[in-house]
Design a protein around this ligand. Structure first.
Ligand code: CMP
Length: 140
């Protein structure tokens, strides 16, 4: 297994409810190290660019509104198989389908306000990390 880096966002529903520490504890307990982290208020341009792959989907407008509605925490997580491990710890996109003990099962409000984002592949992780972090800001 390889040491990987993946990109993570703690979404507005999580920052609003003071859940950033509880969610970070889940990452760390799973062996994911937080090697970069910044709290930001995403601009509309940043959210539109980040989710441009979903631009044609019916939920795109709502998604951009939500992601810019309150601060988020952007992060780089590092560890063995970090992309898959993070997706396992997050649980399914829809909290109704998420496994017990996962972040989304415990904290997500619904499919849109689902507390966390995590990259879906190593290739996308690199692209997403580069949108928010300079290499020297990542301290592994
Ligand atoms: P995320 O991993 O950030 O990637 C795209 C996001 O779109 C997803 O999590 C959900 O929060 C959001 N979303 C809202 N509605 C839907 C939907 N019907 N299907 C998939 N994703 C949705």
């Amino acid at each position: 297994m390889a040491i990987e880096r993946t990109f993570s966002i703690l979404k507005p529903d999580a920052t609003r409810r003071n859940l950033t520490g509880a969610i970070n504890a889940k990452f760390e307990a799973a062996g994911l190290r937080i090697v970069a982290q910044r709290r930001i208020h995403m601009t509309r341009a940043q959210a539109e660019k980040f989710y441009e792959v979903h631009a044609a989907r019916p939920f795109y407008g709502e998604l951009v509104e939500f992601m810019t509605s309150a601060p988020v925490v952007v992060q780089v997580l590092e560890g063995e198989n970090a992309v898959a491990k993070n997706r396992e710890v997050m649980g399914a996109t829809n909290p109704e389908n998420a496994a017990p003990g996962t972040i989304r099962k415990e904290f997500a409000v619904n499919m849109g306000e689902n507390s966390v984002h995590g990259s879906d592949s190593l290739e996308n992780a690199a692209i997403e990390i580069a949108q928010f972090f300079k290499p020297e800001e990542i301290v592994g």
